[in-house]
Design a protein around this ligand. Structure first.
Ligand code: MG
Length: 369
């Protein structure tokens, strides 16, 4: 089986309403997404998507994915897409780093692998622990405590029982936000408080010590792993690593130094499903609980994350996320991983189990063959 053609599509994905992160520092209205169609000599096509949630959230951007494809796609032509470790070594040799630019190509190769042997990705990546799928974590925009609770309630009305509440900024207001939402949290409901790097070390220590009695988990409180390590020595609150997890080395350090108990593995940021799967195994070996999701994108991206999330045992899974639930454009209406009572089941079709409607994504912006 050989890769014969790689087509690259660019599509804009508008959010249904403006979204604020990191204490209001970062605003998002529309996402720039790149879709890859990887065709093989058996006539099958695999799909993958790269969408780094704008260009201010991570050191990544949509145009960077398409520029990297000019180097990566020609290097993959003629290769066997089922040899995923080899595919990733070729991409790493061709262009060191730039993990986010490789994820869509990696997922498209996984899709071809699954189609070639008639198995869904969840089964290929170790087996499905949950037929119902992982809980979906809502993504609650930074706002006043009452506004954030109202947003959580709107997700509850749709079955959600896991939430990622975005805080950061004014430390007094952050304590009020966390205390208000915890006081109104339903039994069995999970809320992770995501700072998206907004606090200084001192601000993190101040807030986290003031809410330590609540037993909450705080995600990426400060900019770096060093910051998180320093904060963890001075607070009892649990830390989740997100933005600064890219490699196995990052996660090894997080575990070995006992910095926190939770990790957020984002498929795009870590370079695709091949590398995300290795991080899943490392997290499980380290006894960490996990969030597994995409950094952004349509239902194509979300469905890849749903497959990997489905392979994590329930006691280690906190939740995933459906970015497409926040978009006003749907590239594969009715198909792929969808909200079902607050959970997202991965498809049982071979491969990724979803492809975009070609009439919705227009012509490719580049074709390599
Ligand atoms: Mg986060």
């Amino acid at each position: 089986m050989k890769i014969t053609r790689i087509s690259v599509y660019r599509t804009d994905l508008p959010l249904t309403k403006p979204y604020w992160l990191s204490g209001g520092r970062l605003r998002f209205d529309e996402l720039d997404s790149t879709l890859f169609a990887v065709e093989a000599d058996d006539g099958q096509t695999g799909w993958g998507e790269g969408c780094p949630w704008g260009h201010t959230y991570l050191p990544a951007h949509g145009a960077g994915i398409r520029a990297a494809a000019e180097l990566l796609a020609p290097a993959l032509l003629g290769q066997d897409p089922r040899e995923l470790d080899k595919i990733n070594r070729i991409m790493d040799l061709t262009l060191p780093g730039h993990l986010y630019a490789k994820a869509g190509l990696d997922v498209a190769c996984w899709d071809l692998f699954g189609q070639s042997c008639g198995l869904p990705l969840a089964e290929l990546m170790g087996g499905r622990e949950s037929l119902a799928g992982a809980p979906i974590a809502s993504s609650i925009s930074t706002g006043a405590p009452e506004e954030m609770l109202a947003e959580i309630q709107s997700y509850r009305d749709r079955g959600y029982f896991a939430h990622s509440a975005k805080v950061g900024g004014d430390t007094g207001l952050d304590v009020a936000r966390i205390r208000h939402l915890e006081a109104e949290r339903n039994p069995g409901e999970t809320i992770v408080y995501d700072v998206n790097r907004a606090w200084s070390r001192q601000e993190a220590v101040t807030v986290m010590n003031q809410v330590a009695d609540l037993g909450v988990t705080v995600e990426q409180p400060c900019e770096t792993i060093d910051d998180c390590a320093a904060v963890s020595r001075r607070t009892g609150a649990s830390i989740c690593l997100d933005e600064r997890l890219e490699t196995q080395g990052d996660l090894t350090r997080f575990i070995a130094d006992g910095i926190g108990e939770v990790v957020n593995i984002k498929i795009n940021r870590v370079g695709g499903l091949t590398k995300a799967r290795r991080l899943r195994d490392l997290a499980e070996a380290g006894g960490l609980r996990m969030l597994i999701m995409e950094s952004g994108g349509s239902v194509i991206a979300d469905t890849g994350a749903a497959h990997l999330a489905a392979t994590v045992p329930d006691h280690l899974m906190i939740g995933s996320w459906l970015c497409h639930d926040m978009l006003s454009r749907d590239l594969a209406p009715g198909r792929g991983a969808r909200n079902d009572a607050g959970r997202m089941a991965a498809p049982t079709l071979p491969g990724l189990g979803v492809a975009p409607d070609l009439t919705l994504i227009g012509a490719p912006v580049a074709v390599y063959e």
